[in-house]
Design a protein around this ligand. Sequence first.
Ligand code: 89V
Length: 344
Amino acid sequence: MKFAVIGCGFWSNFQISAWYELDGVELVAVCDSDLAKANQFAKRFKVKSVYQTADELFKNEDLDFVDIISGVNSHLDLIRMAASKGIPVICQKPMALDLKTANELVSFCQERRVPFFVHENFRWQKPIRKVKEILDQGVIGEVFKAKISLCTGFPVFENQPYLARMEKLIIADLGIHLLDMSRFLLGEMRNICCNIRTVNKDIKGEDVANILMEAENGTSCFIEMSFASILEKDYFLETLIMIEGAKGSIYLGPDFIVKTTTKKDPLLAKLETKSEHVGVDNYSWADPDYAVAHASIVETNRDILNALQGRGKCETTGEDNLKTLELVYAAYESAKDARVVSII
Ligand code: 89V
């Protein structure tokens, strides 16, 4: 399948390298308003065509899909442009800065029967898939409580300086992954309560958020996130998870150790703990500080490609991602008004 990439920034380096891990795709064009950057990418990835505007790109190329890796403010125009031409679209998270625009985007593509995918990669991390696999085996019984945590001092602003200027920061950038993960692991949520705080005064948006949700099946889910943590040992972008059920618990701890603890007889104290280390794929192009996140890009792309080639249904369609975005914006609404927000 012939595809083009729009946007040649930090994340595109890894996104394109991840595409190159898969068979059946050919990157035929790159596009960026900064032509020098686009040329650099074309040289590095041996891409034939370079464009400065999406108009020129869509006019000249015959594409099977387009991967939009540019800033969120450009998504609306670019997705409309691609979908109007019937070209399947992938875009980065968040797909839009408000729910109304996100709904418009999804409807626009649906009306034209154009496949639309959101590149949501965290649920594709190997340790997260492992937790889901154990959960689905039912060994911990009926789940009643979960905690998902990613608190770090990781210097995200060094590689993605635009994040420092985002009015809505940590929930829209990082929390979106954790909220999507909570849906993947626990199902849909029915209400949400959130508080936020800006610790680093040099940035515009919030860098700390605590979210408490209740799933439709009654499971209570707490998500904590921070870009302001100063820790003795920082696990950067590793998500830590604890899920508790009536018969046991699953703990995803530092360094990708998954511990499943079960109790055979509820009346006896005896416990059994199984410990597994989940190996994360090591790609030469991945930044070691982002290793687990970068490896998951390959799996996300694979899932999207399977859908594009008619071999399956992608998990992270635009339609599915609307439900994650609903949680993102409900969290902000809750924090603003200090109230519990229902998800309809
Ligand atoms: O992976 C991401 O989506 C990044 C990060 C969470 C590292 O800031 O934007």
